[in-house]
Design a binder for this molecule. Structure first.
Ligand SMILES: Cc1cc2nc3c(=O)[nH]c(=O)nc-3n(C[C@H](O)[C@H](O)[C@H](O)COP(=O)(O)OP(=O)(O)OC[C@H]3O[C@@H](n4cnc5c(N)ncnc54)[C@H](O)[C@@H]3O)c2cc1C
Length: 328
């Protein structure tokens, strides 16, 4: 059903692609501005010795997220993006020649760790895995699939007072590194599991121990995308296009203007006119993310010669978080 309202999504990374798909499928006129020449953002390929390889993400987890997104727009993820589930989660090799494989099967990984570093370390791994799962279960619906909590108290309220012990066990104030010392004595294992913090560009010395939940996420399933991760970006672009979204590559949003300081904290903003220079205040990136009413002054004209503007969407991540609660 076509709806009144135009949406501009800035950036065709995974967040922008999903935002655009969901908005277009809901019937909004949706335009995606991407400064690069192709979709994907960090999910990109580089040419190495004549072959394209993934230069960004390689580990595809939480497949159910994409199943739900595709489902929500009346498409099948499985039939659009080829995936192969893998049992071998990772092969880790150290300079001294030692090597350790981790598997989706916990017992198999524990055995491998036992052989690699001894029975105590295998027990440490089992404890670590149990705790990682507990943290994941506590945060799955209250945080991972929910909108960002206003503050720690609102997160506690979501989790529920009766589950306060589980809440404390997510270890937001302990560092990942400190917690790893308690589970493993072998520095190679501390180093290996410390890498989970790098998944969000952080350091194990400062990242919260909460991130150990990644270990559980990986054990729940890692898939390889047939043809490389960029196929996922391509699949989303194609589907969004089919649902009516319009992509403009090589087009960079230059600035965001807040008109008359109005805020609507919502994704479905009404069509407004761009009146360059009328803005009282220029929005910062942060304002955009908080959902201020923004309009884009673009290097490339948007709409009909810049007369009519497009209401912006600077909160693609939020769409991802809201996807579960809002069906088309
Ligand atoms: C090396 C590496 C490995 C990773 N490995 C994994 C992994 O294995 N598994 C995993 O789940 N995650 C992984 N990640 C994290 C994952 O890649 C990112 O979380 C995710 O891709 C971010 O998507 P995004 O849409 O938020 O941002 P981006 O991918 O950064 O997309 C932002 C897009 O916006 C565009 N843009 C920015 N400004 C403008 C503008 N003004 N106008 C127009 N366009 C604009 C950019 O060109 C870009 O395309 C990895 C990240 C890196 C760097």
């Amino acid at each position: 059903m076509a709806r009144e309202g135009r949406i501009v999504v800035v950036g065709a990374g995974i967040g922008g692609l999903v935002a655009a798909l969901l908005m277009a499928a809901r019937g909004y006129e949706t335009i995606i501005l991407e400064s690069a020449e192709a979709p994907g953002g960090k999910m990109r390929e580089v040419l190495v010795n004549g072959r394209y390889i993934d230069a960004g993400p390689t580990v595809f987890t939480m497949r159910w997220v994409f199943d739900e997104i595709f489902d929500a727009v009346g498409a099948s993820f499985a039939s659009r993006v080829g995936l192969t589930r893998v049992d071998l989660l990772g092969r880790h090799v150290w300079g001294d020649g030692s090597q350790l494989d981790l598997y989706s099967d916990l017992d198999r990984s524990a055995d491998a760790i036992g052989e690699f570093a001894g029975a105590a370390e295998a027990r440490g791994y089992r404890n670590f895995s149990r705790r990682a799962e507990e943290i994941y279960r506590t945060l799955q619906h209250s945080f991972i699939c929910a909108s960002r909590p206003k503050n720690p108290l609102s997160l506690v309220a979501r989790v529920g007072l009766t589950r306060l012990p589980q809440m404390m066990a997510i270890s937001p104030y302990a560092t990942l590194w400190g917690t790893l010392q308690g589970h493993f004595r072998d520095p190679r294992l501390q180093q290996m599991f410390g890498r989970y913090s790098t998944y969000c560009g952080s350091s194990p010395f400062s990242a919260p121990a909460t991130l150990m939940l990644v270990s559980h996420v990986e054990r729940e399933g890692v898939w390889l995308v047939d043809g490389g991760m960029s196929r996922l970006a391509g699949g989303l672009r194609d589907l969004a296009t089919e649902r009516g979204a319009e992509f403009r590559f090589g087009c960079r949003a230059k600035r965001i203007i807040v008109e008359r300081g109005r805020r609507r904290g919502n994704l479905e903003w009404r069509r407004q006119r761009v009146r360059g220079g009328l803005a009282r205040r220029r929005s910062s990136r942060c304002d955009a993310e908080r959902g201020a009413v923004e309009e884009f002054a673009l290097r490339h004209d948007v709409g009909n010669g810049g007369k009519d503007g497009w209401v912006s969407l600077g909160a693609s991540q939020r769409v991802l978080r809201r996807r579960l609660s809002r069906r088309i």
